[in-house]
Design a protein around this ligand. Structure first.
Ligand code: AHR
Length: 649
């Protein structure tokens, strides 16, 4: 057929009838149902996604465990008339989880000359005007200390006091103190630090120091409001967590050990994350689940499956059984009744109602396991999960993007996870045929990680470190063609999510690019890829329509809302020239002559940043003259969502 079209086109060209670039939608031919869960999010602790990112804690190294030799991010503050020293004190700790403390010894101070300790936050402490911050401090003092202890937020330059309060009542016993700090009319800044001072010589020990700004929905131990709003605006239907490599850990011991991430934060020891820094585990299992609920999304729970990043694997059979049990208990924590052990624990932690859960992913990228143990490991998890929770679907981490022989054969996974980090050109070339040949009776497909990169080298190449953390418009065009392909095949591609989601753009903040959303302590922005995703996820019907294109590099997809009859046409022009596209909406759909468009366009190298957060954003326009055949001019380098309403329905 392809040959016939090519031959025909060749004949027309020779005969002088060059055909115009045409994109055809057959509105009479619904070819499948759009997966209602197609668009979602993937997340893990990478690029300071949580600590120094979404998790709103402002104190870095709040339990002093980031290094065993020095109190990173903490420093002495004093003036000409005062002096102090600080040191880690593992012999004096609040409990067996916070295994060290910070000893502050003020050797010289008086009412006018205080001394103490300062924390520089995650690249600064962000302060906003007329805002209440909540500080929590676990502390004890030497005998006969009568206080007070002063806590303040202070500017880096000139020591301007943004907010201050006093704590009294320290004794030789460990105690938790909570205090609120209120700022006045100030200009927002992240050039600030948090300070704890004494105005007399004394020794005090700090077990934990925490500071939170107002959070999303005012949740305690909650999330940054600006970032949550950006996520909600993506209309995500699911959240894949906690990884990614983060679920695996570098070693079995440093996996995401969910039981250590629940309960009061002062009971959480934290753990080294595979991306080179220590995770507080402040954003633990319950916070992930609350996060899903807050976004009206469902969890896609990844469980540790006996393979760690540095190559260790656990043999299927008796050795693996404790980890299978750990996963079953984790599932029980998520969906178990309150009369089960872990359901009761969830209720005790503040959430009696079970969460929604349909999918459990067994591991992450297990094709890296050279021992080839995944088939056996998957089977053991799959059988145990199905036996206890027959309603759940299991996801294998080895999908169609990996060689056939590496995939699971002893069981039929309900779904398999494919990962695509591809150059823009690769996406442009693979997308027209993507998933066309997949077995519609095989496992459902989850594209659990994907992103287009605009560089000549892949994200894991060292040169990436020198590139901006977030991608430019060219990359978003690659994203666009691939998203259109996934949407055309969304009878089978049930879920898809870009990765990584977040990056703290400060020097040293990131380990991977390209990332969708960038931020520092004070503000955040979406990359063109963020807006491309949003355009797709916010405008999706429930019926896939048949599409075809000839003589054009424009790729796209069409869906329809069965209830309203509205057609959503997504078109991507990855070329640097405009295209006058002959749009044919066949099949007798009577359309209103006035439609609307949302367009993301610009120069290929255009990108957003903290300094220019809105350089590339989608713009709405009205489209006139819509009819079954009309010409639509696609700007160069553009993604367009056309919304075409039926004239009657
Ligand atoms: O998204 C970054 C990393 O890429 C993920 O942690 C891992 O699953 C993949 O290799």
């Amino acid at each position: 057929m392809k040959k016939l079209i090519t031959t025909l086109l060749g004949f027309l060209a020779v005969a002088g009838f060059a055909s115009t670039p045409t994109f055809t939608v057959d509105a009479a031919r619904g070819v499948g149902t759009v997966s209602p869960t197609l668009y979602g999010l993937m997340t893990e602790e990478i690029n300071h996604s949580y600590d120094g990112g979404l998790y709103a804690e402002l104190i870095q190294n709040r339990i002093f465990l980031d290094s065993t030799t020095k109190p990173l991010h903490w420093s002495v503050v004093n003036d000409a008339g005062s002096a102090a020293t600080i040191t880690l004190d593992p012999t004096n700790s609040f409990n067996d989880k916070l295994t060290t403390s910070l000893r502050l010894t003020v050797t010289k101070a008086d009412k006018k000359n205080s001394a103490g300790v300062a924390n520089d936050g995650y690249w600064g402490i962000p302060v906003q005007p007329k805002t209440i911050y909540r500080a929590t401090i676990i502390a004890r003092a030497e005998a006969n200390f009568s206080g007070p202890v002063t806590v303040s937020i202070v500017s880096d330059n000139g020591g301007k006091l943004f907010a201050t309060e006093k704590i009294s009542g320290l004794t030789t016993d460990w105690k938790k103190f909570e205090v609120t700090l209120k700022t006045g009319r100030i200009t927002p800044t992240a050039k600030a630090h948090f300070v704890i001072t004494l105005n007399q010589p004394a020794t005090v020990w700090l077990g934990m120091v925490s500071l939170f700004p107002p959070t999303w929905n005012d949740q305690p131990n909650g999330f940054r409001k600006d970032l949550m709003q950006m996520l909600v605006d993506m209309n995500p239907k699911f959240l894949r967590f906690p990884g990614g490599n983060y679920v695996e850990g570098d070693t079995v011991d440093t996996r995401f050990d969910w039981k250590k991430t629940i309960g009061p934060v002062e009971e959480r020891h934290g753990h080294p994350c595979p991306w080179g820094y220590r995770s507080t585990d402040g954003l633990g299992l319950l916070e992930f689940l609350n996060w899903c609920e807050d976004m009206k999304s469902e969890p896609v729970l990844a469980v540790f499956a006996g393979y760690a990043l540095k190559g260790a694997h656990v043999n299927p059979g008796a050795d693996l059984q404790p980890f299978v049990q750990e996963a079953l208990e984790e599932i029980e924590y998520v969906i178990g009744d309150t009369n089960t052990t872990w359901g009761a624990q969830r209720a005790k932690d503040g959430h009696p109602a079970p969460f929604k859960l349909h999918y459990v992913e067994v591991g992450n990228e297990d094709w890296f396991d050279k021992s080839k143990s995944y088939d056996g490991r998957f089977a053991q998890f799959h059988d145990a999960i199905k036996a206890k929770y027959p309603q759940l679907k299991t996801i294998s981490t080895i999908g169609n993007d990996q060689p056939e022989e590496t995939r699971v054969h002893s069981r039929k996974p309900d779904m398999s996870d494919e990962h695509y980090y591809r150059s823009v050109n690769e996406f442009i070339h693979m997308s027209p045929d993507y998933a066309k040949k997949y077995d519609r009776n095989g496992p459902e497909i989850f594209v659990g990680e994907w992103a287009a990169y605009e560089t000549s080298f892949p994200p894991w190449d060292k040169r990436s470190q020198k590139e901006p953390p977030t991608p430019n418009l060219k990359a978003a065009l690659g994203d666009g063609v691939f998203m259109a392909a996934m949407e055309r095949n969304s009878d089978l591609i049930k879920m898809q999510c870009y990765a990584p989601l977040f990056v703290n753009v400060n020097p040293g903040g990131r380990q991977w690019r390209p990332d969708m959303i960038g931020y520092d302590a004070l503000s955040a922005y979406g990359s063109p890829s963020y807006y491309a995703f949003q355009m797709f996820s916010q405008n999706v019907g429930d019926e896939i329509l048949s599409t075809a294109s000839i003589e054009t590099s424009v790729q796209g997809s069409a869906t329809r809302d069965r209830q309203t009859g509205e057609i959503f046409l997504k078109l991507v022009n990855p070329q640097t020239n405009a295209v006058a596209l002959n749009l044919k909406i066949n099949g007798g759909a009577a359309l209103m002559s006035k439609g609307s468009a949302i367009t993301l366009a610009g120069n290929q190298n255009d990108s957003n940043s903290l300094a220019q957060p809105k350089k590339v954003v989608p713009l709405p326009t009205t489209v006139r003259g819509v009819k079954p055949g009309f010409t639509y001019k696609m700007p160069p380098n553009s993604i367009v969502v056309l919304k075409l309403k039926p004239s009657s329905h």
